[in-house]
Design a protein around this ligand. Structure first.
Ligand SMILES: Cc1cc2nc3c(=O)[nH]c(=O)nc-3n(C[C@H](O)[C@H](O)[C@H](O)COP(=O)(O)O)c2cc1C
Length: 365
C-alpha cells in the first residue's frame, strides 16, 4: 500500500469531515444540550416597542454587521470545498454578516488549494472574513511568516486560532503537543497586523483560559461550547473506519465533553470589558441566539446547519434559513421589550437548573 504524505492526509481528513457531517448515517451531534434551556427571559405583556423598529445591527472588532451572525469556520483545503466556501461568502456579503474559513493548513502545503480559500474574498469584498489555523500548529513548525500568509491569502479581517485538544487526541493522526502555546500566541499577537480570535471547536472555554488568552493578546473569543457538533464523535467515526479501536473508544467516551455554550458564554462574559465574544456551539435558532446575546455575546455562530443546507442546497435556501433565524431573534427581542442589542443585554434573566448550579459551584454570582 502506498503511504499518504502529510498533504494528502490533510485533504483526506477534510473530505472525511464534510462527508461524515453531511451524512444521515452518523450521529455526530452531542446528546447534551447547549444549556440555553436554563436561561429564561422574563416575558413582557407590555413590551412598549414597535416590532418594525427593532434593530439588530452590531459591531464586531470594529466592523459593522447588519445582524450579529457569524457563519463559523468549516471548510476549504479540498477541491470540493471551493464551491461551499464561495456560496457561504456570497451569502455573508449579501447579508453583511461574517464568516470564517476552515483551517488553511492544507493550502500552506499545497498551493493548488489556495483558491478554495481565496475565492471568499473575491466574492465577498466587504464582509468580515476570518482566516483559520490550529493554534497547536505553532508547535509543529508552522512559522509566523506562514500564519501571515494565511491571513493575506484571503485578506482577512481577523485570524482565528482554533484550540481543539480533544479532537487532536481522538484523531488517529492528531497533533498532541499543546505545551507552551500561550507564549507563542503572545508573540504572534504582537507581530500580526490583524486581531486574533481564539476559538474552541465544541468544548467551550472557561474564564481561566479566557483570561490567559486575553493576556496573550487575543482580542476576541469564540466559545464554541458543548451542545452541538461533537468533534470527538466525528473523529471516533473516522477511527472506526481506520480500525483504530483505542481512538474510537476514547472519542465515544468523550463525545459530550465540555462546558455547555450557555455556561461558557456566561464565564467569558465576566471578561467582556476586555474581549469581544462569539457564542457558538449548538445554536440552532434565533431564540437561543437572543439568549446568548443577552449574556453579552457580540455575535452568535453556527457551523453544522450551514454545511447540511449547502451540501445539496442552494444559497437561496441558506438565505431563507438565516432570514427565519433573524425573525426568531427579533421576535424574542420584541417579547422582552428590547429595541436593540444593547437593550437586550440589560433585560432581566432567570438562570436555573444545571447552569445555575454550575455558576454557584464555581463561586460566580
Ligand atoms: C464540517 C465542519 C468542519 C469544521 N472545520 C473547522 C475548522 O477547520 N476550523 C475550526 O476552527 N472549526 C471547524 N469546525 C468547527 C465549527 O467552526 C464550530 O466551532 C463547531 O462545529 C460548533 O458549532 P456547531 O455546533 O454550530 O456546528 C468545523 C465544523 C464543521 C461542521
Amino acid at each position: 500500500m502506498v503511504k499518504k504524505n502529510e498533504k494528502q492526509l490533510i485533504e483526506q481528513r477534510k473530505d472525511d469531515h464534510l462527508e461524515i457531517c453531511c451524512s444521515d448515517k452518523y450521529d455526530i451531534e452531542m446528546s447534551v444540550s447547549n444549556g440555553f434551556e436554563d436561561i429564561l427571559f422574563v416575558p413582557r405583556a407590555v413590551p412598549e416597542i414597535n416590532f418594525d423598529k427593532i434593530s439588530i445591527e452590531s459591531k464586531f472588532l470594529g466592523h459593522n454587521f447588519s445582524s450579529p451572525i457569524f457563519l463559523s469556520s468549516m471548510t476549504g483545503g479540498v477541491h470540493e470545498a471551493k464551491s461551499m466556501n464561495e456560496k457561504i461568502a456570497r451569502v455573508a456579503e449579501k447579508l453583511q454578516i461574517g464568516m470564517g474559513v476552515g483551517s488553511q493548513r492544507a493550502a500552506l502545503l499545497d498551493p493548488s488549494l489556495v483558491d478554495t480559500f481565496s475565492v471568499v474574498r473575491e466574492v465577498a469584498p466587504t464582509a468580515f472574513i476570518a482566516a483559520n489555523i490550529g493554534a497547536v500548529q505553532l508547535n509543529y513548525n508552522v512559522t509566523f511568516k506562514q500564519i501571515k500568509k494565511v491571513v493575506e491569502m484571503i485578506k482577512a479581517d481577523a485570524l482565528i486560532l482554533h484550540l481543539n485538544p480533544l479532537q487532536e487526541v481522538v484523531q488517529p493522526e492528531g497533533d498532541r503537543n499543546f505545551d507552551k502555546l500561550l507564549p507563542k500566541i503572545a508573540t504572534l499577537s504582537k507581530e500580526l497586523d490583524c486581531p486574533i480570535i481564539a476559538k474552541e471547536v465544541g468544548s467551550g472555554i472557561a474564564i481561566e483560559d479566557g483570561n490567559a488568552l486575553i493576556e496573550a493578546g487575543v482580542q476576541a473569543i469564540d466559545v464554541a461550547g458543548a451542545g452541538g457538533t461533537s468533534w470527538a464523535k466525528i473523529e471516533a467515526v473516522r477511527a472506526q473506519q481506520q480500525m483504530k479501536l483505542t481512538n474510537q473508544k476514547i472519542g465515544e467516551l468523550f463525545g459530550n465533553w465540555g462546558l455547555s455554550t450557555a455556561v461558557s458564554t456566561l464565564e467569558i462574559s465576566k471578561l467582556s470589558e476586555n474581549v469581544e465574544i462569539i457564542a457558538s456551539g449548538g445554536i440552532r435558532n434565533g431564540l437561543e441566539a437572543a439568549k446568548a446575546l443577552s449574556l453579552k455575546a457580540n455575535l452568535v455562530g453556527m457551523a453544522l446547519p450551514i454545511a447540511q443546507i449547502l451540501k445539496d442546497g442552494t444559497e437561496i435556501q441558506l438565505i431563507e434559513s438565516i432570514t427565519l433565524f433573524i425573525q426568531e431573534l427579533k421576535t424574542a427581542m420584541f417579547l422582552v421589550g428590547a429595541i436593540n442589542l444593547e437593550a437586550l443585554r440589560s433585560v432581566p434573566l432567570a438562570i436555573v437548573g444545571k447552569t445555575a448550579q454550575w455558576l454557584s459551584a464555581r463561586g460566580f454570582e
